[in-house]
Design a protein around this ligand. Structure first.
Ligand code: ZN
Length: 145
């Protein structure tokens, strides 16, 4: 499993994570699915979690539905979700695991003291456990689709 992302999209996710600190940020990965999926664009979503937004995120279902139809109109689809872990490692939590959907890629970024530190990507396997996938960072992803 691998996920290809452009440098500028990594930058956009890092900026979102840093701006949202000390709260978690979240957003969607839009692109083409597969064993080797390609992110064509990233889009911010609002973290609507009210109980513990420094440790959890919930995507706004209306924003998600809107992002989904916009992606479809471009011949793309939602292939994953990204979110940040303020002052926590870039690996999915138990909560993340319990709320994950199969086939999607989950990008997790650690934001330490307001600065983006690490970025990783994960997918569920058949046993419903997260497996880290290769994150391939390239200059541009649009041509390789
Ligand atoms: Zn998380």
């Amino acid at each position: 499993m691998a996920l290809k992302v452009s440098k500028s999209d990594i930058q956009k996710m890092f900026e979102h994570g840093e701006e949202s600190y000390p709260y978690e940020c979240c957003g969607v990965l839009i692109g083409t699915p597969g064993e080797s999926a390609v992110v064509v664009e990233v889009q911010r979503l609002t973290n609507v979690n009210k109980e513990m937004p420094t440790r959890r995120y919930d995507v706004d279902p209306l924003e998600l539905a809107k992002a989904d139809s916009e992606a479809e109109a471009k011949g793309l689809q939602i292939i994953g979700i990204y979110h940040s872990h303020p002052d926590h490692p870039a690996r999915p939590s138990k909560y993340d695991l319990n709320h994950a959907w199969r086939y999607l890629s989950y990008i997790v970024m650690s934001i330490e003291n307001g600065k983006a530190k690490e970025i990783t990507s994960w997918r569920l396997n058949e046993k419903k456990q997260f497996e880290q996938e290769e994150l391939i960072i390239v200059e541009k992803t649009t041509e390789v689709v």
